[in-house]
Design a protein around this ligand. Structure first.
Ligand SMILES: [Zn+2]
Length: 79
């Protein structure tokens, strides 16, 4: 009996409203029984809210600069 096509990884898509109606319902049912996904969804929702806020306030937000690698980590050890 492999019934559930729902994966934990659907949380992101669900939070962003990317799931199809059918998938969304299935995932919501999964949420009822999965505290892990509920916790993750809460974080994702917070992030989505922040993103939509940014979109409302700033038309062209600057992309965050990539963090510079630590100098010690730059040179890989070679055989
Ligand atoms: Zn889950």
């Amino acid at each position: 009996m492999s019934g559930s096509p729902v994966e934990h990884t659907d949380v992101g898509a669900y939070a962003l409203g990317l799931l199809e109606e059918e998938d969304r319902r299935a995932f919501e049912e999964h949420l009822h029984g999965c505290g892990q996904c509920r916790a993750e969804l809460r974080q994702m929702r917070g992030m989505a809210d922040v993103l939509s806020d940014l979109r409302d306030e700033a038309a062209a937000p600057e992309p965050a600069p990539a963090p510079a690698p630590a100098p010690d980590a730059v040179e890989p050890r070679r055989p």
